[in-house]
Design a protein around this ligand. Structure first.
Ligand code: SF4
Length: 370
């Protein structure tokens, strides 16, 4: 019988014990982190065919990493430039940036997410999609996406540059110590150059059904306020764009020298799995894009935050200790690709070093829960 999500009482207590060893002392934060890693596993990995409480495996892996800190592989700095991805990663969370620049991160299921993201990028991208054999555009996109006015407007512009080709082209700005590569550069009918960055986000199609129903079923939702609230949350989420993605685009606008970039466009494609068995990847299923949101980013709108972020990165890589003043968010931490290598998610540290200090990763001695 389940006691906490899909966890039995024993499994729940065991998870709490593991989280305490990892360093969570604040019971509310510990509870929220567990709730989020558990729900993330059930929502997303269910689609990958996992059914057992994967969150316990995740916590055990983290404890294992932290028991063997001497085995952590230290990363050699690959270059002295600050990349657009560094800027996005630092803005997402400075600890995440320091961790991913300090250690070789072992692949795990978060890597499956990344892999799926990379694969979709090639399969479903705005321009030059590599549609798998035997599939058509219509099978990979909802019809209203193919006819979306904003997407069509972008596609009708003159394509100047397309990233993700076999030849790696990096735009380099020596003065700003910056390298980066946007997904596309276009020229609009007014002769203005703009960059485009596209991101892929998993969103269960059930949410789209709720959203569609909400249009014609106001009375129903008045009687079911929980579903109405869920629908409103989805709408809010879909219309909010992450600041790290916005900064990534601003960095291209500011630092690409080869073209006079006037503005940028951020595209979020929302996908789900369709076609075969159980709506999971593989088994004849393919990712299908069912919604899209588009944001235009004007030059200079985020310049001060961009400069601040770049300065902080420069300080951190020059071995200056930074203050870690982020408010820890258990939803974000549960989805973070380096969370098993992180001590900051416990909210116990107010400083940050580069390389990421192993002092943040020490396990705590705790009593046995039964
Ligand atoms: S787990 Fe949380 S605090 Fe740690 S790096 Fe990721 S987002 Fe930052």
């Amino acid at each position: 019988m389940s006691y906490f999500g899909n966890l039995s009482q024993k499994q729940y207590k065991y998870s709490i014990n593991l989280l305490s060893r990892i360093g969570f002392t604040d019971s509310k934060l510990r509870y929220e982190y567990l709730r989020n890693i558990n729900s993330l596993n059930s929502n997303f990995y269910e689609h990958l065919g996992y059914s057992k409480p994967e969150c316990i495996d995740e916590l055990l892996k983290e404890v294992e990493i932290k028991k063997n800190l001497h085995e952590l592989k230290i990363k050699k700095p690959d270059n002295d430039y600050i990349t657009a991805t560094d800027i996005a990663s630092f803005n997402f969370c400075p600890a995440s940036y320091a961790i991913s620049r300090s250690f070789e991160i072992e692949s795990d299921k978060n890597e499956i997410r990344k892999f799926l993201g990379a694969e979709f990028h090639e399969t479903l991208r705005l321009i030059d999609k590599s549609i798998p054999d035997g599939y058509s555009d219509e099978q990979l996109y909802d019809p209203d996406i193919l006819e979306n006015e904003k997407v069509t407007k972008i596609k009708n512009c003159e394509l100047i540059f397309s990233g993700h080709t076999t030849d790696m082209v990096l735009f380099k700005n020596e003065e700003e110590n910056f390298v980066g590569q946007p997904d596309y550069i276009f020229k609009d009918p007014n002769g203005d150059f703009f960059v485009v960055e596209e991101k892929f986000k998993f969103l269960n199609v059930r949410h789209k059904e709720i959203e569609n129903h909400a249009i014609g079923m106001k009375d129903f939702y008045r009687k079911n306020p929980d579903l109405w609230e869920e629908n409103e949350t989805i709408k809010r989420n879909k219309n909010s764009f992450f600041s790290n993605h916005i900064l990534q685009v601003e960095s291209y606008i500011q630092y690409i020298k080869e073209y006079p970039i006037k503005y940028g466009v951020l595209i979020y494609w929302y996908y789900d799995f369709h076609g075969g068995k159980n709506n999971v990847p593989g088994f004849g299923n393919v990712a299908k894009v069912h919604s899209v949101t588009v944001k235009v980013i004007k030059r200079n709108d985020h310049l001060s935050l961009l400069r601040e972020t770049k300065n902080s990165i420069t300080k951190l890589v020059s071995n200056e200790e930074l203050e870690f003043d982020q408010k820890v968010n258990p939803i974000k931490c549960a989805a973070c690709s380096v969370n098993k290598y992180c001590g900051h998610k416990t909210n116990n540290f107010k400083d940050l070093t580069m390389p990421y200090s192993k002092k943040y990763l020490e396990l705590k001695k705790v009593g046995f829960y039964d």
